[in-house]
Design a protein around this ligand. Structure first.
Ligand code: PNW
Length: 504
């Protein structure tokens, strides 16, 4: 496999492909292609703190954690978190030490637009992110910026949030403010982080805003987020062609493996992939510009049986199909774990729900290694399968791994993180070198410990530990830092001998 694809060039994520030397062994180590880059990720609500500082308004996560501490595992919130709003220079230093090439962070919408709308720009919000990007660029790090990582202004939720179609226009206004504010800087963009998570868990379940209206609000959310993404992408290309930057979307995919080799299980697994991933990927990355056919069919049919006069899954106009189709320069992929899928037996339930519509039953195998997160078991081969499925299903798009990582118990000895990263990167290497998947970068989640949504601070994904009880929110390198920085600096996966050296 000679071909390789780089997306980062001259400090920007440039989506180009060209032939070059290729992946290889160097000194017994497996190496990634020359222009394959490593980065780390965080998100605003999870690390910034400063929840009501200098003009920032309330987000849905502020409201939710304040009003319902009982719904958060440790009853905590992100009011202060790792205080990265005040400590971002320290964080940039950690990244420079790590030797990564880029930082994926997100912008807090209510910090930039306190009313949620573009009538009033909070200058301190813009100043903060400009200083952060400057600090990154000074340290030769690139900025990969997520516009929306779940902290919606509460004022917009009061209008119905993502269930309201007007949100697509408001999002475009917000996106334009961001792009203009950093026009003179090196930035590449991700519109949304994991629409599946915030639509299904936030509007269909009990993450903020906790609408818990599955089968309705999750679909409305998805519909408007897809429209918002497509519109923002077209606006970016139309109004800012001179910037020549890249814009994509991050979609999460756990690998869905058939529970057995039976045709029923295989069909159910494919249906699950279409519902959980195709829901957002198909309108953007397939030629149809529309929801997956199996999703259309199943939700329409269930809606009919439940005697609704119309499908609970909305329909796109021809114009919407046109602007969504192909509206991304890369596919951002978050991948953590794998599930076993079989069909859910029995009649369609009278109570609408996304999982009922998909008609699947999902488990994990007991002997897959556990981690500190109940949902996350270590199954590296699922990563390779997911990448190959994406390659097959969407004609080998350019993929950027925007999150992959694992939680460990508190403390600095995190052999399990090292083992997880090594096994997943080997799977990724095989997907690139042996299978020809066009993956251009890998982002570890996360740089530092952070507020893990409804799991509070109980799950730690950081390469660096945060001591929340210390006044300075002290960051300390875990053992895996040495390991990951070797990879980031050399582009190669160390041999087991090398790993053993510092783990004893
Ligand atoms: C992602 N699951 O969320 C988010 O993008 C991050 O904000 C989060 O901190 C990170 O993964 C670690 O959890 C997910 O249950 C949350 O499968 C849960 C799942 C997947 C992704």
């Amino acid at each position: 496999m000679n071909e390789s694809h780089s997306c980062f060039e001259e400090g920007k994520l440039k989506i180009v492909s060209r032939v070059q030397g290729g992946v290889a062994f160097r000194n017994g180590e497996l190496c990634f292609p020359k222009n394959f880059y490593f980065g780390v990720a965080t998100a605003s609500y999870q690390i910034e703190g400063a929840w009501n500082v200098s003009g920032k308004s309330e987000s849905i996560w502020d409201r939710y954690t304040h009003e319902h501490p009982e719904r958060i595992f440790d009853h905590k919130n992100g009011d202060v978190a790792a205080d990265s709003y005040h400590r971002f220079r320290e964080d940039v230093k950690l990244m420079a030490d790590l030797g990564v090439k880029y930082y994926r962070f997100s912008i807090s919408w209510p910090r930039v637009l306190p009313t949620g709308l573009a009538n009033e720009i909070n200058e301190d919000g813009i100043r903060y992110y400009r200083e952060l990007i400057n600090e990154l660029n000074r340290n030769k790090l690139m900025a990969l910026v997520t516009m929306y990582h779940w902290d919606l202004p509460q004022s917009l939720q009061d209008l119905g949030g993502w269930t309201n179609p007007i949100m697509a226009d408001y999002f475009v206004d917000y996106a334009r403010v961001l792009i203009k504010s950093f026009e003179d800087m090196r930035v590449d963009w991700i519109t949304f982080n994991e629409p599946l998570s915030f639509c299904q868990a936030g509007y269909g379940g009990m993450d903020a805003p906790g609408a818990n209206a599955s089968g309705f609000e999750d679909y409305l959310c998805g519909h408007n987020v897809l429209r918002a993404h497509g519109m923002a992408y077209r606006m970016y290309k139309r109004e800012f062609p001179h910037l020549n930057g890249a814009m994509g979307i991050t979609i999460d995919m756990g690998w869905q493996e058939p529970a057995t080799t039976s045709p029923e299980d295989q069909e159910a697994a494919e249906t699950a992939r279409q519902f959980y991933f195709g829901w957002f990927a198909n309108p953007i990355f397939s030629k149809t510009g529309d929801y997956p056919a199996v999703m259309r069919k199943r939700v329409d049919e269930a809606s009919r049986q439940q005697r609704y006069p119309r499908s609970r899954l909305p329909t796109f106009t021809a114009e919407e199909v046109e602007y969504m189709q192909g509206s991304a320069d890369f596919l951002g992929l978050n991948h953590y774990t794998t599930y076993l899928i079989s069909p859910k037996k029995g009649k369609i339930s009278p109570q609408p729900s996304f999982v009922e519509d998909a008609g699947i039953y999902s488990t994990q195998k007991e002997d897959w290694p556990k981690t500190n997160s109940t949902w996350l078991r270590v199954v590296p081969w699922g990563f390779r399968k997911a990448l190959n499925w994406i390659k097959r299903t969407y004609e080998n798009p350019i993929v950027l791994i925007t999150e992959n990582g694992v939680s460990t118990p508190p403390g600095l000895h995190d052999r399990r993180r090292t083992a997880y990263i090594l096994s997943y990167l080997r799977a990724l290497h095989a997907a690139i070198a042996l299978d020809g998947c066009r993956v251009v970068g890998y982002t570890y989640w996360s740089l530092i410990d952070n507020f893990e949504w409804t799991r509070g601070f109980s799950e730690r994904f950081g390469l660096y530990e945060v001591d929340y009880s210390s006044p300075n929110k002290t960051r300390t390198a875990r053992e895996s830092v040495k390991f990951f920085s070797h990879i980031a600096k050399t582009g190669c996966l160390p041999t087991l001998n090398w790993v053993a050296q510092f783990q004893n």
